[in-house]
Write a protein that binds this ligand. Sequence first.
Ligand code: THU
Length: 161
Amino acid sequence: MKPVTITNVLHEYQWDELSEKDQILIEKAKAVTANSYAPYSRFAVGAAAELNDGTIVTGTNQENAAYPSGICAERTTLFYANSTFPDQPVRTLAIAARTSKDFIAEHIAPCGACRQVILETERRYKQPIRILLYGKDSVLEVKGITDLLPLCFDGSSLDMG
Ligand code: THU
């Protein structure tokens, strides 16, 4: 037996260390939380995706009384982006979340299902998606989903023959 070490380096930014472009994308993710439909969790999540051509699309979590029928902000946004602009890969995805009181202090961390969908989107477009995770105190930058989902299952092992 030997240990296998997985190392990821993320980058943490203070607000004024971010580029103006990233600040704008994060502000859009924060603003769109107002459109979240979250009567059950009262946890409002917003995401903003910048496409390769600079277009920005946004989305929020949409809940349902039958809980599993709801969907997270990240998937709403990616599915909308890919449905509407199928020729434009997502370059950066900013995510923000708030409770009824305020934006959360810790960085929002995408759920496993969203990580899997981000992975599929990266593989589909052969381009990493940079992810900006907003927290009230700082922003975490992830260069691509494999930093959040090491040892991922991307279908490359499937027998497609
Ligand atoms: N949620 C998201 O939209 N994105 C995340 O990254 C974490 C969780 C949503 C799902 C559900 O509507 C609510 O937040 C509470 O889990």
